[in-house]
Design a protein around this ligand. Sequence first.
Ligand SMILES: Nc1ncnc2c1ncn2[C@@H]1O[C@H](COP(=O)(O)OP(=O)(O)OP(=O)(O)O)[C@@H](O)[C@H]1O
Length: 706
Amino acid sequence: MHTLTVSSIMTQKFETLKMADTLQRAALLMRKSKLDVLPVIGVDGQLLGLMTKANLYDAVAAGESPETPVENISIKKDVVTLQENMPYNEVTEIVKNSKVGTAIVLNDQNKVVGIFTKASWIMAMFENETLLNHQMQIILNSMHNGLVAMDAAGQITRINQTAEKLFGITTSQACGKPVSLFFKGLELDEVLLKGVVSIGIKSTYGEHTLLCNITPMITMEKPNGAIIIFQDLTDLECIASELEGVTKLYNTLQSVMEIAYDGIIVIDKEGMITMANQAAADFFNKSRENIVARPVDDIIENSRLCDVVKTGVAELNQLQFINGNPYVVSRMPIVRDGKVLGAVGKILFSNFKDVRNLAQKLIRLDQKIAYYKNHLGNDNDKKITFDQIITSHDTFKKIKERAAIAAQSSSSILITGESGTGKELMAQSIHEAGTGRDKRLVKVNCAAIPAELLESEFFGYAPGAFTGAQKQGKQGKLALADGGTLFLDEIGDMSANLQSKLLRVLQDKSFEPIGSNKTIQANFRVIAATNQDLYQMVQEKRFRGDLYYRLNVIHFHIPPLRQRPQDIILLVHFFIEKYNHILGSAIQDISDDAMNLLQHHTWPGNVRELENVVERVANFVKGNIIEIEDLPPNLKEKNMEEKQVSPSMAGSLPAAGQRLQKSREDHDKLTIQAALMEAGGNKAKAAKLLGISRSWLYTKMSRVGL
Ligand SMILES: Nc1ncnc2c1ncn2[C@@H]1O[C@H](COP(=O)(O)OP(=O)(O)OP(=O)(O)O)[C@@H](O)[C@H]1O
């Protein structure tokens, strides 16, 4: 709004007189300018006085001739003057307090530039009011809130556009009507009569929730109407609920950040930290308050979060050194509407290695469980057969052949051999190849069951046979094995008493459960196994001779592993494949050095010990090839000891090693050739015959030049 000044109100159409001008000229100019005054100016334009109509009338009345110069008559000297740039409100004050209806307007140099009259002032006031009115209407219409103005009688005098829209009425419809016609329950009396402000009144209008503030208009210290401002809360309520949603989301985000095991830091586009979880605070050994609102570079050394803000490109799973330790970190830009607003950094804590190991361990365990479930769950489908007895040892191969023949008869079999040589495996294979394969193979470990329980385990008992017995009685192992095989493991540990009872059963082919006189037919094949020298025990009368001969109808002695080193190669590969499958390891081969070491071990625990070694290696191996360092320390130490024991041999060892390697390769070559011949050139079949995988057969063939 521009400020009104005297220059914009004054009239510029005026005439001036000089002292030398005549009265006649004064009369003519006064008539021409239609004003009652004529400024009289000097040669330099300065105001000398004012010729008024009254001055002219007085001169004429005094008989002055029309030719009389102005300087000869009396003119008004105390002239009211105004400066041309005087503001409107100052002029208003002067005009109000002065009785004069006209003033002369001067410029900076005190030269006359216009004449100010009350009439022109009134016109200016009108113009100004129109202007103000127009400006007020613009202001009111640009208000976001609805406005209704009323007079002292409570009749609407003005409404703005927002109110028009809000209430669906036009100014012409509303003006002159009582406010109460449109808005109920506003209690206007207090405001209009007492001039009391009424604020924060909540009311509804259609679907709108409104907040009303009613302010009285006071003139001459009396209420002269009022203005109601309506604030539409509908939008505000929407914003409030949106805000509530945002707050909830923020809280959820905070909880998620807290639950995360990783340290999380969020920065804005200026690189200032805006959020951090407790894990991050703990990691930097600072309180959260000491992290948030700080530049990220002050908290994290070599942080690349600001770079991610600049590039907008995520950097996932990168290695970053913090305080000299390596951490896996991820950095992601926060993008909205295509603009990067900040970045999130995630620090995976140092024990991620442990977590990874743990995860791998769990996977292995899962696989192990699945494997054993498969084996146990499908006990009837997954039968042990002679194919699963891995050997390339001539004697053992013959034993396998003879055992397969013996399986067809029902004669008792005694299997001897050191612990872990595969006696039970052999017993299972015989059972599976025999006529009783559809019935049970019942195993009794004579060393594991206490002597006093062994009898009831064997024969079972009748209901109520003895105190502590199950009420319904119990079926014994002999009855369970009916039609199938009774496998008596560790037979050398059977008590003398039970030996004689067992002998009787084997002779009579029947028995009576404890506490029962009902005879049960015993129709089963017996396979006994022991790692003791049973014959020697008979000599020493520690085992019944007659039972020994009953059991020893067919005898197989399994040679210890140290006597068949070539089997070690086959068995190692067989177990690698088995544990790759169970544990999910990916071992492809074993280095010659490591294999050499295994072949030189004496294997007191035989195949069981070898299997355990491979299982252990499969758990911890670093690469795909088993190296010496992957083997258990006791094997390596043993190797060192052996090397140290015969220093005199030191010089000849490499040559001996080479010879051994050569003979091993020759042997492997022959074995593979024989298997290929037997399989008619079919490699899959040959691999099966050798008990190794096809891929291993190919590797082996290329190694031995086939
Ligand atoms: N020739 C073989 N081929 C494949 N696996 C074998 C062989 N010999 C033994 N094993 C495995 O070695 C482990 C021990 O075998 P097993 O229990 O049959 O031996 P054992 O002579 O009965 O032992 P113990 O006298 O201690 O009872 C088993 O896991 C078995 O499958």
